[in-house]
Design a protein around this ligand. Sequence first.
Ligand SMILES: Nc1ncnc2c1ncn2[C@@H]1O[C@H](COP(=O)(O)OP(=O)(O)OP(=O)(O)O)[C@@H](O)[C@H]1O
Length: 628
Amino acid sequence: MAQEKGTISIHTENIFPIIKKFLYSDHEIFLRELVSNAVDAIQKAKRLVSLGQFHGELGEPLVQVKVDAKAKTITISDNGIGMTADEIKKYINQVAFSGASEFLEKYKEAKDAHEIIGQFGLGFYSAFMVADKVEIQTLSYQPGAEPAKWVCDGSTNFEMDAGNRSERGTDVILYINEENKEFLEEYKIQEILDKYAKFLPVPVQFGTRTETQRDGEDEEGKPKYKEVEVPNIINTVQPIWTKAPTELKDEDYLAFYKELYPFSDDPLFWIHLNVDYPFNLTGVLYFPKIKNNFELQRNKIRLFSRQVFITDDVKDIVPEFLMLLHGVIDSPDIPLNVSRSFLQADSNVKKINTYITRKVADKLAELFKNDRKAYEEKWSDIGLFVKYGAISEPKFWERAKDFVLLSNIKKEFFTLNEYRDKVAPQQTDKNNNIVYLYATNPEKQHAYTNAADKKGYDVLLLDGPVDNHFISHLERELEKTYIKRVDADTIEKLIDKDEKIESSLSEEQTKQLEELYKSAITKPNMEISVENLAADALPVTITIDEYTRRMKDMAALGGNMDFYSTLPDHYKVTVNANHPLATKILSESSKEKQAALAQQAFDLALLAQGMLTGPDLTAFVERSVKMI
Ligand SMILES: Nc1ncnc2c1ncn2[C@@H]1O[C@H](COP(=O)(O)OP(=O)(O)OP(=O)(O)O)[C@@H](O)[C@H]1O
């Protein structure tokens, strides 16, 4: 062809400085865009063959990325359909900027380059983020096509001429500028390709690597090895999410997990997602071993669009509680290049959300139904996740009601209905409310769980990071049910059955005892009262109001609850009028002795609550030694 010069059709003087400035923070995506274009060109060639519109030799599909540090170039080559000079004019010179004025208007508002790149068919032009000059050498598949060349120096002027490609396909050559010379480092390119190209559907080669191979045997019959150079192929062209579940074994899922997260423990189980109506979505989601450090686990789900990695920030696409899962989601229907607020309102995104939630609930329900024992064994890992989902996603809660488990301190498991049936006979109070009791630390709260046990009450173990919220959720959802920690009140009051216990003290004595304790106890925020408890209950018990404690605990975990974190701790001290110690103290003649006994009983109560520390503990030990 004859040499030709021209101006890229664009309404605005120069768009490149804007692209460069705008996309500066994530300029590495130029490689994603160009490699994707190369993959597309190859896919198109394959499609033409299958449609019978191209009769030439397809060859082995291959995208190649080459770095020439001396020449300061990066070349992306493919053996795809190529372009004729006319197509370059149409697709590169004009189409790219048909939306330029719109682009200019929008870029002012957008905060994130991801939000708009590609939206205007600017993928190819992202090359100018890192290059001063870009050259295309291409030969179209069309019979009789001439090789064509296009060069542009980042201004709006381009040059076209006869090209030098002798085989079908395209080379895009980037002349990397000074500020971006880091992209001429091989490790950098390897890193970017590993991130974006790892699962592309066409082999992507980046140079070669050395591999050790068997090379027969030596004279002694020992195996010999040799080093050979093999093509360094970046990707797995058919990752498991593109296959049918029936083709896959457990080992395949586990191997893929290891490939994604080399340092993680094996996952507990997984879900293969596959839907093509009303939206397209494939993927595999894994349930990781979560334990209790769930904050660390986020941002593990990777989002792909037709096997091109897009982001690992799937917020808004996946329901919040499912962010604890690992794995991949691939959907061409998720709008990737629009703003986050638009994403939340997008109807496909909403449907995808609902679909994933349902699939996860199905899987859990199935596991629970098919093998309850195995499900219980996994509960320490999935419990956190199920509870989090139950609290945050009403649709999930509707399903989870049937498979959320409660476990007691004896490590027995119950569904919500089973538990209600179990405790209702003993734990219904005078107002017909059922009261569930729980411990957050059975070791520390032993005095209280022991008291509950003596009464024939069951105690749940609720010690996880979301359990406070889960408890509040259950109280809202379950009818006539209250949930209290074992130390929220004396055992008689925890589940108030209106059983009157006679006092062994006169009114006068009760008053006297109360005064005595009030002057012996000098700690702040202690509300002291004398009550008639069982004779074998502790002489003094310290309890903490359930509601305030729960709110304070939640505030400590974060959230907008600062008010609660500023509340002082408030304790109730209940002196047991019926314990023999009460009569004993009152019958002491010496005031000092009375005070010492009251102090001792109070310290024992502090000890049972794990609150006896520092100088108080020392004083207690010294006093006890004297008493022995
Ligand atoms: N390697 C290539 N081989 C053949 N044609 C190509 C190649 N690269 C780009 N093209 C042509 O140029 C067009 C414009 O590419 P560009 O990357 O700017 O936009 P796009 O790929 O259409 O959309 P996107 O913004 O998603 O990348 C492509 O649609 C394609 O027709």
